[in-house]
Write a protein that binds this ligand. Sequence first.
Ligand SMILES: [Zn+2]
Length: 342
Amino acid sequence: MSGPHRPRRLRRDGLRGLVRETDLRPTDLIAPVFVDATTDERVPIESMPGHERVPVSQAADRVAEVEATGVESVMLFGIPESKDERGTRAWADDGVVQRALRRITAETDVFAITDVCLCEYTEHGHCGVLTDEAHERWDGAASDGGMATTDGRPDLTVDNDATLDLLGKVAESHAAAGADMVAPSSATDGMVGAIRGALDGAGYEDVPIMSYAAKYESAFYGPFRDAADGAPAFGDRRHYQMDPANAREALREVDLDVEEGADVLMVKPALPYLDVVRQVRDHTDYPVAAYNVSGEYAMLHAAAEKGWLDLDAVALESLLSIKRAGADLVLTYFAETIADRL
Ligand SMILES: [Zn+2]
């Protein structure tokens, strides 16, 4: 064979690194940390091997373990000591995330991001205030062993506008406890604007917002619901999370969040939505984050356990693909193990 095109010339050791288009660094990764107010000891999360819920007293130790791998950012999720209809423990000054944050900021240098959400804090597991109709169905579900479901149509469960005020309170309480960035995940229309307003009104103009801008109603969240105990008691989240079939809609969501003041835009999940990550990357100059969710983590672990895949190799390749698709930051359960290898 002759001619000018021999791509193999660039694949030799010593040259590969020089022409590599995408790199993955520990500082690109954000590690999820679960803090649980209902336990005094660490509790392994069965569906997410290697991950645990930790008590507030060990939150700073847990974060120090993350930092030791070279990862400099964490996303904090809280499991409250009690739940109620409105999720009031989500914005309590002595709430689980708020207490953990105070310890973490006092004892570590980590960049602490908080999940701003109500699902884990409400008895019904929906992210916000129920509509009257949903309230009736919830009562029905309680007497029905949780089986009251929709007839297949996405019907309205959460009162969007009544929820905005609560999300503002949650974000403000996180900022007051030391959050470096807040990350609203509730997919409530107008959430970024409401949170920006609440933060600015309380003097937290410098706290950025990473919005879950394109959050899909995905079956890949299953294992997380074990971890955070946030499965809805009835119905589903189809009217507030995006239809997996839609990509153009993601760009409209992104535009809205930018108008409302978002600083970083997230796509969730990551691997089944790499086309969306790429489209968002091409659509905006803002930093793009992707959430490599619990199901993406669990399926690689399960296959590796059977001896079908090399776990570290597929994890690394997955994270590289998410960056190649255009993500600047990757929130991933692989953060610590992969950072150690980089
Ligand atoms: Zn939520």
